[in-house]
Design a protein around this ligand. Structure first.
Ligand code: BT5
Length: 234
């Protein structure tokens, strides 16, 4: 485990480890990130108090990688619930939510033949330390509970649940899809999905076994979506 006080992005630090041939399971964790990022290079606010970490994986083939990101989402949700009396929902593709607000984001990136899974949990982050634009749609465990939690206990829970769900994923276990579906907060809700192509609107109809979002269009057809941002509109 590499523990840092400050880093650009723990994902970049983990990529360096991947390039150096470090074995699977290595973890980088930092108190803050100066260039934390989300998907498509979007900034990820990483003030002190959050759990900002990246895990190096070397999946040997295995089933769909889209499905691995589901497994990571379940692990993050279970870890948060293990340390705090909150209910965590999942919003496709990679957000862990408390109510309608995002408490955790996940960024999986390929690094050669390895995979770096970055997980950011707004644990002891206070609302004042998040940029206003982010604070409007985000929450933290501190905001939800009104107290701090032990970050090392949260990290231990996260790594434990991640190891469990990584194995389930590698075994091709359908529990990954089933358990993710139980936490799905947008199923049956009218949504807009913006992505690489034009935005599409429809009723979110859950996910397929490969992690694709099923969108029921107005004409009743199902559109499978593999990447994008889901915005509840109904
Ligand atoms: C994500 O991207 O949600 C993935 C975030 C992954 C962060 C971890 S922290 C450890 C590792 N190192 C990194 O550099 N990254 C990973 P995306 O779905 O694209 O969401 C990004 C959007 O979330 C931004 O455009 C903001 O609107 C919002 N956001 C930014 N910071 C946030 C925060 N701390 N909490 C909640 N929402 C935030």
């Amino acid at each position: 485990m590499v523990r840092l006080g400050e880093v650009g992005s723990t994902n970049d630090a983990a990529r360096l480890l991947a390039g150096a041939g470090v074995p699977e399971g290595a973890v980088v964790v930092s108190d803050t990130q100066t260039r934390g990022r989300g998907r498509l290079g979007r900034p990820w606010a990483s003030p002190p108090g959050g759990l900002w970490c990246s895990v190096l994986l070397r999946p040997a083939g295995g089933p769909e990688l889209g499905r691995l990101s589901l497994a990571v989402g379940i692990a993050a949700a279970e870890a948060v619930e293990a340390v705090a009396p909150v209910r965590v929902g999942l919003k496709w593709p990679n957000d862990a939510m408390i109510g309608k607000r995002k408490v955790c984001g996940i960024l999986s990136e390929r690094a050669g033949d390895a995979l770096v899974v970055g997980i950011g949990i707004n644990a002891n982050v206070t609302a004042e330390t998040l940029p206003p634009a982010v604070a409007a749609s985000a929450t933290s465990l501190h905001v939800a509970l009104g107290r701090t939690i032990d970050l090392s206990v949260l990290l231990e829970a996260l790594l434990g649940r991640l190891a469990y769900w990584y194995d389930r994923w590698a075994d091709g276990d359908d529990a990954v899809v089933q358990i993710w579906t139980r936490r799905d907060v947008t199923r049956g809700i009218y949504v807009t999905v913006g992505g690489p192509g034009a935005a599409v609107c429809g009723i979110a109809d859950g996910i397929d076994a490969d992690g694709a979002l099923r969108l029921r269009l107005e004409d009743g057809d199902i559109r499978r979506v593999f990447a994008g941002d889901l915005i509840p509109t109904g």
